[in-house]
Design a protein around this ligand. Structure first.
Ligand code: ZN
Length: 106
């Protein structure tokens, strides 16, 4: 989680914009000023290098997938990429992927 300090465009009151997850690309946030109740719309771009390419690390990928039992989609969201990219790296790392149709549930 990250916070960006900003000023209301209407009354200049300072406030923090809370970003719950770091995604690369363009993000738009709407914030209602606590002082003047006007809406502020923020757009910001996060550089892709701010999102770590964890999936290149075989141990990290193995841990997430086989120990924490995350799905390819969930890992993709952590890395800010697509499930296909994760699948590709699973293959490169010679890690076995689960068949999504045979997921065991207790
Ligand atoms: Zn304001």
């Amino acid at each position: 989680m990250a916070a960006i300090l900003a000023n209301c465009i209407h009354c200049s009151t300072e406030f923090n914009i809370i970003i719950d997850e770091l995604k690369s690309g363009f993000v738009t946030k709407t914030y209602e000023c606590a002082s003047c109740w006007e809406y502020n719309v923020f757009e910001y771009r996060l550089r892709s290098d701010q999102v770590k390419k964890h999936y290149r690390d075989r141990e990290w990928l193995d841990k997430k997938y086989n120990s924490e039992l995350l799905t390819l989609q969930q890992i993709a969201e952590l890395c800010g990429c697509t499930a296909m990219t994760i699948r590709d790296w699973m293959i490169r790392h010679e890690l076995e992927t689960r068949d999504p149709g045979h997921r065991h549930q207790k």
